[in-house]
Design a binder for this molecule. Sequence first.
Ligand SMILES: C[S@@+](CC[C@H](N)C(=O)[O-])C[C@H]1O[C@@H](n2cnc3c(N)ncnc32)[C@H](O)[C@@H]1O
Length: 275
Amino acid sequence: MEPNLMRRVQRYGWDKAAPVYEQFWAAQLLPAQERLLERANLQPGERVLDVACGTGLATFPAAEQVGQAGEVVGTDISAQMIADATALATERGVTNTRFVRTDAEALKLDDGEAPFDVAICALGLMYVPDPVAAIRKMAESVRPGGRVVAAVWGHRKHCGWAEIFPIVDARVESDVCPMFFGLGTGNALELGFQQAGLVEITEDRLSVSLEYAGVEDALGAAFAGGPVALAYARFDASTKAAAHDEYLASIEPFRSGTGYSIPGEFVVVSGTVPA
Ligand SMILES: C[S@@+](CC[C@H](N)C(=O)[O-])C[C@H]1O[C@@H](n2cnc3c(N)ncnc32)[C@H](O)[C@@H]1O
């Protein structure tokens, strides 16, 4: 897919997914965000950059860890995600976060912004046309000796919901998310960190189970609340119904009673900016 088209699909797709994103994904993504923050080893007073922050599921715990003397700047390509994260900060009385709409590969922050101590990216790099460019930007934004940590989905065959992509692709003109599982395969993310010049690289692979209480939640996560939201929003009722049936058939092996326990895998990689 042409990079600018991919960025537009992501930007407007996540604008659509934002209102239901936490409802369908907050619990399921928690193990990846927790491991990422463990690896980030945030200290009171540190400044953190959170790339592709979404509604702030990793930003807010990071802000709590760095405390009032620290700060977390969340960035995302989706204006709706940035608006929602900003509103949540106000609602919760959080004063040490700031949210900026900017592309991960370009990362336009205020001139004179001091280097960060740590840059994190939870489940965002799969959507960026050139993930190594985004990792390099994260590394450039961090002081020498600082940390960069990213989490991505793992290997396609370990993610039980993976059929969502061919099912939606078959009903649109172009691939909705061509590189989705690329970074989770083999040591691709680790290699990306090396290419971006990071050192002391570690990799964790986590097997998880994505629990959904019923059909509505399983469908909501896969279609309206996730990476195919833009294409899905344009389907007519009969296309939606056919895609739902096909997806439910693909996750049938993971049904338990009226709900679903869908296998998933995350990869978390951390590195240090050379001194
Ligand atoms: C699955 S959500 C993850 C959000 C959050 N980090 C979390 O852990 O819940 C993916 C996010 O990546 C953002 N995104 C996609 N492409 C991007 C890009 N090129 N630059 C910045 N953000 C991007 C989307 O807008 C979306 O908010």
